[in-house]
Design a protein around this ligand. Structure first.
Ligand code: UT7
Length: 334
């Protein structure tokens, strides 16, 4: 039986920093409100002249490959998590494949929002464990700033989201009790419309053709029932972390580092307190990037690795909750 180890981690964020004060020039909000309610101080917005979801993902992937001492040509498959693909179709996985010059290898997109990166890791893990591939790129990347309503009307969602990309290289190993130990995936579609972008959706009357809908104000905009999402998030994060521990006969004290999806610092703090973890054991960088959806966990993993918080032997737990609703966790031994 093979295991899949994380051979390298990388990330890339756009250069443009947008502070809370910058947003308060555009809408009725303030640095105090955003900091107190979310912990966010700044986020990155892409530059349309140079950044795409595919090429930011490729930059993160190249960093991950370099850190893994692997060549691009070693990659056999790509799993790309994003809800903001460059085109409505095809997905951005094929664009990243083109950027890397890997014509011919398989590439798939996963559209599971904040849980997308964990779902993608789990898919790649299964391909490796069954022996189908030896080296897989798992990428999470988003450009969300184009879907934000940067006016007073959109202030409750616009202030929390940002752009960025993160990647890991998963590689076949035969070392037992190392790598992705388990992953746990959940969804509850009854809540699909509590956090969603409705258009361009396909199931519309013919008179509401996509081309027309997208030009109207109701077009490509995020709708989020923030309070409800928050309430479900704090319950499901906790449950799915405990599920991962139980599946591995581990206790909370065994975890060296928890990286929760960076949705809101208040959610992370609540989970930390509930689990009784010290500050050193929970990694947060939402202050700098906001919520980058599928990119948030790999960006945080990459920075944690750079800071020496992930090293040989580290037991890492990653967990996420978001649109769908979907939620997920994984336990990883480095
Ligand atoms: O990763 C995907 C999953 N998403 C999440 O996990 C998000 C979960 N939810 C949240 O993080 C929070 O619900 C938000 C940060 C989105 C909102 O925080 P909140 O503490 O739930 O605020 P609220 O929506 O209850 O709004 C409180 C007040 C309202 O005013 P009134 O009605 O009390 O007068 C809002 O109109 O704050 C007002 N408000 C703002 N004020 C200044 C809402 N947005 C803003 C803003 N600036 N940007």
């Amino acid at each position: 039986m093979f295991t899949s180890r994380i051979a390298g981690i990388g990330h890339h964020v756009p250069d443009r920093i947008v502070t809370n004060d910058d947003l308060s020039q555009l809408m009725d909000t303030s640095d105090d409100w955003i900091t107190e309610r979310t912990g966010i101080k700044e986020r990155r917005f892409f530059d349309h002249t140079q950044d795409t979801v595919g090429n930011m993902g490729a930059k993160a992937a190249k960093m991950a490959l370099e850190r893994a001492n692997l060549k691009t040509s070693d990659v056999e498959f790509i799993v790309f998590a994003t809800i903001t693909s460059d085109y409505y179709f095809p997905g951005s996985g094929v664009l990243l494949q083109r950027e890397l010059g890997l014509e011919g290898i398989g590439a798939m997109d996963i559209k599971n929002a904040c849980s997308g990166f964990i779902y993608a890791t789990s898919v790649a893990d299964q391909f490796i464990k069954t022996g189908m591939y030896k080296t897989i790129l798992v990428v999470g990347a988003e450009i969300q700033s184009t879907a934000l309503d940067l006016s007073d009307r959109g202030r409750s969602t616009a202030v929390i989201f940002g752009d960025g990309a993160g990647a890991i290289v998963l590689q076949r190993s035969e070392e037992k009790n190392k790598g992705v130990l388990s992953s746990h995936l959940h969804a509850d579609g009854r809540f699909a419309e509590e956090l969603y972008v409705k258009d361009p959706g396909s199931s519309r009357p013919h008179e509401e053709r996509q081309a027309d809908v997208i030009t109207k104000t109701s077009g490509f905009k995020v709708h989020m029932n923030g309070n409800l999402v928050f309430k479900h998030a704090i319950v499901k994060f906790h449950e799915v972390i405990l599920e991962a521990l139980e599946a591995n006969n581990s206790s909370i004290n065994d975890i060296d580092l928890l990286i929760p999806h960076q949705a809101n610092l208040r959610i992370s703090s609540y989970i930390q307190d509930k689990l009784g973890l010290t500050d050193e054991k929970v990694y947060n960088n939402i202050m700098h990037y906001g919520n980058t959806t599928a990119a948030s966990i790999p960006i945080a993993m990459s920075e944690a690795w750079q800071e020496g918080k992930i090293k040989e032997g580290t037991l890492l737990c990653i967990a996420a909750f978001g649109s769908g609703f979907t939620w997920a966790s994984a336990l990883i031994r480095f």
